[in-house]
Design a protein around this ligand. Structure first.
Ligand SMILES: [Zn+2]
Length: 343
């Protein structure tokens, strides 16, 4: 594993030289400090922009080591597969959302937490195969045999763990700091499983109902960082409608490919994975926004109030999907009917 990460994914010397030179003349995108920015707008500069975000957020020992940051970013980029959605562009988008939240809330997290969130966001889907956890379990995939829960997220975390260990990027940390960093990264990456999000959301709501939620205590901080990770992971749902729709179509493309595999195995795919039911997409999206995306951002606002732009962005996209449903005059889901909002 370590050898594999070192050889196959390492950037060439000329590639490294190209990026380091290109960074010197990098012009920041106009809307880079807004949640609306999408990585495809500056696709050719995604590596440089990742390094820029890390230089702004990581501890000085790392932030000033440009060659190291470029090498790390290139290796991570090369471990993402060429998929319609779970690709390097998605990682950059998730990291960008984390960057904006952290930049607007300096002091809310300590340096180890900030570093762990940035690295987790960048690495959270490395080597994603474009299949869901439940499908991996169904087909008895080796990853599903290896990890009892969240097989994909465990795989992403362990790749990230080996990458960082092999890269010796955190040599300046003492052993306590290093283990805090890795524990944070593990919590953050495992939190990107939506099943984990639903569980942690229930925990936070229960604590809040009992007025017992305390962001200073470590278990509650962990919950807060988990919600932050999901919010960043789903942040394409908060973009203006055209790109939000484009990202939806990209993930649906992956879903349909899995649906095709399921049909070949004689299984009945969920309707969102079934290309024969593509006319139901707006209803499926309304259902997704009501049961997952909106509850995620409304909870994030309760914990980190100045993230309300994400919530309103998400709400606008939800209304657009709802409009498409209304045009078809079919039964719809409503926010107030969500089983989640009743909790
Ligand atoms: Zn993701």
């Amino acid at each position: 594993m370590e050898k594999l990460l070192q050889s196959k994914f390492k950037p060439s010397e000329s590639e490294m030289e190209y990026f380091i030179n290109s960074y010197k003349t990098l012009r920041m995108p106009m809307d880079f400090l807004s949640y609306k920015w999408c990585p495809f707008e500056d696709e050719e500069n995604m590596v440089e922009l990742c390094v820029h975000m890390m230089k702004d957020m990581l501890e000085p020992q790392l932030a000033t080591n440009d060659p190291l940051l470029f090498e790390l970013t290139c290796i991570v980029r090369n471990t993402y597969r060429d998929l319609p959605y779970h690709n390097f562009e998605h990682a950059v988008g998730v990291m960008h959302c984390a960057y904006i939240i952290l930049k607007r809330n300096r002091g809310l997290f300590d340096q180890i937490e900030v570093t762990s969130i940035m690295i987790s966001a960048l690495c959270h889907d490395v080597d994603h195969p474009g299949l869901t956890n439940s499908f991996l379990v169904t087909i008895n995939h080796p990853l599903a045999k290896l990890y009892e829960k969240s097989p994909l997220e465990h795989h992403h975390y362990y790749l990230c763990y080996y990458l960082l260990k092999n890269f010796k990027i955190f040599q300046h940390l003492d052993s306590n700091e290093y283990s805090k960093l890795m524990n944070n990264i593990k919590n953050n990456i495992l939190a990107t499983d939506l099943a984990v999000f639903l569980e942690r959301r229930r925990n936070i709501l229960k604590l809040k109902r009992n007025k017992a939620f305390n962001i200073i205590s470590e278990p509650d901080r962990s919950l807060m960082k988990s919600i932050l990770m999901t919010a960043c992971d789903l942040s394409s749902t908060c973009k203006p409608f055209p790109p939000a729709r484009m990202y939806t179509e990209a993930i649906i493309k992956e879903f349909y490919e899995q649906g095709d595999k399921e049909k070949m195995l004689g299984l009945i795919p969920a309707s969102i994975m079934n290309r024969d039911l593509s006319a139901r997409l707006p209803e499926e999206q309304v259902r997704f926004y009501v049961s997952l995306a909106l509850p995620c951002y409304s909870l994030l606002v309760q914990i980190i109030p100045n993230t309300e732009q994400l919530y309103y962005g998400c709400l606008k996209v939800y209304f657009q999907w709802q409009l498409e449903v209304d045009k078809k005059s079919q039964p719809v889901w409503k926010v107030e009917e969500s089983y989640l909002s009743a909790e």
